[in-house]
Design a protein around this ligand. Sequence first.
Ligand code: GLU
Length: 283
Amino acid sequence: MIAGRFAPSPTGPLHMGSLVTALASYCSVKQAGGQWLVRIDDLDPPRQDPNAENAIIRSLAAHGLNSDRPIIFQSDHAVAYESALQKLTPHLFYCKCSRRELRAHDRYPGTCRAAKTPTPDRAVRVLMLDAEHDYTDGFLGQVAADFTTQLGDFIVKRRDGLIAYNLATAVDDGDTISEVLRGQDLLPVTAPQRYLMQLLGLNVPNYTHIPCLEFNDGTKLSKQSHAPPLDDACALTNLRAALGYLGFRAPDPINSISSLLSWSIQHFDLTQIPDKLPKYRPC
Ligand code: GLU
C-alpha cells in the first residue's frame, strides 16, 4: 500500500515553499495510485501558533489538497511515543549537559553516555555507536549518512518532557508511510529517523528530498524568514506558481483547481524538478 504524507508543524500559516512541497508529495503519491495523508506535527506547544492549525487545514482545502484519511495529530499519539521509548531503553541514556556546555562541539561528545538510570529533568538521548547508514534518495541519489561525524547521540525526549520531533516522526512514518517527500532542509534528520525506525523494527519509507524555495538572497522561505502566507483566495494562481517552481507549465485553458491537480498528477516527473528552484517571486 503506497502512502505519502505532508506533515506541517503548526508554527504559522502555509507559504509558497510549503505549497511546493505539499504539491510535489501529493502528485508523486497520487500518480503511483497511493493515498496522501496530512499530519499536523503539533508536539511543541511553545513554538506553536494557536491559529496556525486551522489556517493550514483551511489553506490545504482551498488548494484542493485533501487528506485521503482523517487528519492525523501527533498530540494524539503520546501513548505510542512512550511505548517506543520503552522499546528503545537499551539504547537510551539521560543527559544533563546544558546547551552552553555543548556549544563548543559540532556533535554530542558522549559526556553522559554512562547515565543509564532514568532521571527526571534530563534529556533522553539515543546512543549512536559506529552507525553508518547510506540510503538512496528519490531525488538526490546516494546519500551518505555518517552518524558518528554528522550527529552523534541525538535527543528523543527533551528535558522539558516533550517528545522530540525525530522520535515522533519515526513512530508515525514507520510502517504507515511508504513515501516521504519533503524539502532538503530536512535531510539532516533523515538519518536519525531511519535509525530509530530500524531500532524499533518498523518498515522504513522511501525518501525523496526536493530543493527548498528560496528568496533572492538564498534564504529559505519559512516563518522565521517572514515568508508571506498563501492567499487562499488565489489558490489556482498559487498552484500554477508552485508547479512553475517545480519545472512544469500547465496549459492555460485549465481553470479549475481539480482539473489543474489532475493535470499535475498526470504530468508530475521528479526528473523535471531543477536542482535549484527558481527564486521566489510574490504572485
Ligand atoms: N513538521 C516538520 C516541519 O514542518 C516536517 C516534518 C517532515 O516532513 O518530516 O518542518
